[in-house]
Design a protein around this ligand. Structure first.
Ligand code: SF4
Length: 343
């Protein structure tokens, strides 16, 4: 059966059926619609004011590649300037190749690029060193816990270095839905309540962050990269197979097979959750070491590094971390389902 005609331009043959709407579109009309939707997300959410200097968290992967490409196309309309900021976590056999992809993109799109390294920022710690320290096997289940916290700090440092006023990351709807599931499964009520919305306004002196692709599905991000002929790095990090996120991803795939709207439903669910008044944590203050926002004496990054430097990495993660936190500032633990109110 011949492909139908594109439902938008009515002249070209359709190349795809949009996963979300089922609409048959040609590649060019799909890409235009995708860009228009990201523009709408940014404008409706007032994510990036005119004149913003935007640090784009660039990993070389599909999401940040698509994000940088779309924002570059929208930059004149939005009146923003872009600066790619890449983080070198120090993961042998993985990050070097990914950084090569970022350098290639920066040169091709004539965008400034700054690379910040864990090793320089965190007293010589690389992710490979953290992995050796946490498990001795070099492939610890805890790696992504450390890396997530350190990466957030590194991106903030890199963005400040280049004079950025805002940070954008390439998280798509699937990433966000996985995060919602993970927070539920861990009973992390605080993160669930904070996880809604399209970003954070920049509390405690942190730069405002947003996720312009948060309402775009992973499938559509891949389709956009395909039709715009974007080259990206697609190998998986060596530590990813051990990450808890993989379980959430598998669960989400099964949920999506039964209910195609499950991804966006989860993302929107997070926007409608709030902590019950009795479960609200104390107002965050400043980390006693670095001054970043912290709900305890030390912020997460300083607590993790402190545990590593003391040769007690287990104190900074999982059960041991809770013990450390309790020592610093006793706080009631509230199961997620008890702590949340849906509007
Ligand atoms: Fe870091 Fe984990 Fe991502 Fe690897 S998979 S870059 S360790 S967060």
């Amino acid at each position: 059966m011949p492909a139908p005609t594109c439902a938008s331009c009515h002249t070209a043959r359709a190349n795809l059926r949009r996963p979300r709407s089922g609409q048959a579109l040609c590649g060019a009309c799909f890409c235009n619609a995708f860009e228009a939707e990201v523009l709408h997300t940014v404008l409706a959410g007032r994510l990036l004011p005119r004149g913003a200097v935007v640090a784009v968290g660039a990993s070389g992967g599909k999401d940040s590649t698509v994000l940088a490409h779309v924002l570059r196309a929208l930059a004149p309309q939005l009146d923003i300037s872009l600066h790619l900021v890449a983080v070198d976590e120090g993961i042998g056999g993985y990050r070097d190749a990914a950084l090569a992809a970022v350098r290639h993109q920066a040169a091709r799109w004539e965008l400034p690029l700054t690379v910040v390294a864990y090793e320089d920022l965190f007293g010589g710690w690389t992710m490979d060193a953290v992995a050796r320290s946490t498990a001795g096997s070099g492939r610890s289940r805890s790696c992504c816990t450390f890396c997530g916290v350190l990466r957030r700090r590194a991106l903030e440092e890199g963005a400040r270095l280049v004079g950025a006023t805002h940070i954008v990351t390439g998280h798509n709807a699937d990433d966000m839905a996985e995060t919602v599931l993970m927070n539920f499964l861990r009973g992390d009520a605080g993160r669930l309540a904070r996880g809604g919305g399209l970003g954070s306004p920049g509390e405690g002196g942190a730069l405002p962050r947003c996720r312009p692709l948060q309402l775009a599905s992973q499938k559509e991000v891949v389709l956009y990269a395909h039709f715009r002929r974007l080259h990206y790095f697609s190998e998986e990090c060596v530590y990813a197979p051990e990450a808890f996120r993989g379980h959430a991803r598998d669960l989400l795939k099964r949920l999506e097979a039964a209910r195609p709207s499950a991804v966006l439903d989860l993302v929107h669910s997070a926007e409608r959750l709030a902590l019950a008044p009795t479960a609200r944590p104390p107002r965050p203050g400043a980390c006693s070491r670095c001054g970043a926002l912290a709900s305890r004496a030390l912020c997460q990054a300083c607590a993790l590094l402190d545990g590593l430097n003391r040769g007690l990495p287990r104190l900074a993660i999982g059960k041991g971390r809770r013990e450390l936190e309790l020592e610093e500032a006793p706080r009631r633990s509230v199961p997620a389902a008890d702590a949340l109110t849906a509007f």
